[in-house]
Design a protein around this ligand. Structure first.
Ligand code: LHQ
Length: 259
């Protein structure tokens, strides 16, 4: 049976591949349920230290499937978002492991929200990004209105959200939406290299760093300093930190064990 989300574990990396290429990976109920399940699988599997999200075909994700429901809309959009989309977006964002996304072709509507939920975005030269929602009479959802102003600033976010225009990979790079742009034929290997690098790093420090960034823009400097101090106290007592310092003194490469 064809899986709408392919899931593969290779060493310490889990790869989730969106797999409805004939409709640019437009999201159906089945696909979102699978996506949520696979995100939970990756989060709960101790072997996994980094997650890669990618897509089959010429597009990353064209957002909600507008055809699967005959009138184009699910009966209750709010219920659909809460039941199907939010667990995926929050699952990616709150996962105590780094998530790298490789974007080829278009990421539109909720497909762009999925991209924004990841920690690091690598784009192929064919990548494009569109808020799309207002173009079909909808509003940003699946986290887009939360992520976008934080990523590109409110002025640019408002323009992107209101106009719903499609922007290129290079424009996305200059807006700070993506970390790097690479040729399409190198996209997956470049994203995988980043995932491998992250997987070899002290994973408790990465998880704690993600937690520090949670809600960072709503905290005061004083609150953030306190959180950093507590997180650093925990990080400084890990075996990995001791190993890093010892290796530095010994002028050798550290070997991290995640302890
Ligand atoms: C599609 C789709 C699609 C189904 C392309 N659905 N088939 C809303 C509702 C409630 C809760 C959840 O959240 C949301 C938020 C959303 O995400 S709303 C949806 C936002 N997305 C869009 O509005 C994008 C709609 N698609 C497009 O504008 C174009 O397809 C783009 C610009 C993405 C790509 O254009 P092209 O490269 O020219 O490709 P195409 O249009 O020819 O699409 C290829 C195929 O994919 C085609 O099927 P066909 O059988 O004709 O080959 C499309 O019908 C299908 N497809 N998007 N969202």
């Amino acid at each position: 049976m064809t899986e709408s989300i392919e899931y593969a574990v290779d060493g310490s990396i889990a790869t989730l591949t969106l797999n409805r290429p004939e409709v640019l990976n437009a999201l159906t109920e089945e696909m979102l349920l699978d996506f949520g399940r696979r995100v939970r699988d990756a989060a709960g599997d101790e072997r996994i230290r980094a997650v890669l999200i990618r897509a089959n075909g010429r597009g990353f994700c064209a957002g909600a499937d507008l055809v699967a429901n005959k009138d184009g809309q699910p009966a209750d959009a709010a219920a659909t978002l809460r039941r199907l989309y939010h667990p995926v977006v929050e699952g990616i964002r709150h996962m105590a492991k780094p998530v790298v996304v490789a974007v080829n072709g278009v990421a539109a509507g909720a497909g762009m929200s999925l991209v924004l939920a990841a920690d690091i975005v690598v784009a192929g030269t064919s990548a494009s990004f569109a808020q799309s929602f207002t173009r079909i009479g909808l509003v940003p959802d699946a986290g887009s209105s939360w992520f976008l102003p934080r990523v590109v600033g409110e002025t640019r976010a408002r323009a992107l959200a209101l106009l719903g225009k499609r922007i290129s990979a290079h424009d996305a790079l200059s807006l700070g939406l993506v970390w790097e742009v690479v040729p399409d034929d190198q996209l997956v290997s470049a994203a995988r290299t980043l995932a491998e690098e992250l997987a070899s790093m002290p994973n408790r420090a990465l998880a704690a760093t993600k937690r520090l960034y949670e809600g960072v823009s709503t905290r005061t400097l004083t609150e953030q300093l306190e959180l950093e101090a507590d997180a650093q106290s925990a990080a400084a007592s890990t075996v990995d930190f001791r190993e890093a310092v010892t290796a530095f003194r010994d002028k050798r490469k550290p070997v991290f064990t995640g302890k």
